[in-house]
Design a protein around this ligand. Sequence first.
Ligand SMILES: [Zn+2]
Length: 264
Amino acid sequence: MRVKESLKHLQTHLPNSIFEEPLPAPLEKIQVVHSPRVIQAVQNESFIDMDTPGAPGIYQASLLSAGSAIQASREALLGVPVFSLMRPPGHHATPDQSMGFCYFNSMAVAVSDLIKSGRAKRVAIFDLDCHHGNGTEAFCLGKPEYLYVSLHQGSGYPGTGLVSKDNSINYPLPIGTKEGVYFPAMESAMEKIRHFQPDVIGVSMGFDTYEHDPLTEFGLKQADYLRMGKMLQSMNVPMFALLEGGYDKDLPILIEKFLTGWTS
Ligand SMILES: [Zn+2]
């Protein structure tokens, strides 16, 4: 619902953007990331947990979401910033477990496709959702071609991301985080990403850091998403972004602000 409203809003407010329909991800690209058990549970639309209940059509929707991520990542390498406006999100899905509204990890599927197809040698993932992307972190750990960097509410779901380890850098931030705490942390994170010298950056873009988000306790305002977009744009590295969380009715406006800053 919020995605459909967002699409309508963006078509009205960003008329110069190009809107494309995604294709489903080929199963073999999902198999690179997820165990057969995970894939089978999503195919059967099985109940996984209270957050990830396996609704009718979820398998096809998850394939489309991952396919859109692949498309976005490939087009980003042509020098165009591409945003994937898709549900379900992916960053909590680990190689062995769907969870937290996430069935397949679209980011992991997209970045593994970039590496395996030889399109990129080094990929950074910048996770700006208010929750820690435990699934993406689990996928990246021990694989030096990836760097995972996350800013999130330290006390939130799923309880991971409290320390940095190996090629995963975590910024657990306090409840009530507003721009004065958020943006210095984001600058620091960007410095670590620059140091890694990625060929491409995949942004897990959650909008649940918003002050009115019902699931979290951060205090970012609408204008902060414009600033976030501008900061990312200033990195001057090919970049794509995938929609992760964002549960307030203002989501369409937040995405518009972010895209305006990112593409300015
Ligand atoms: Zn989230």
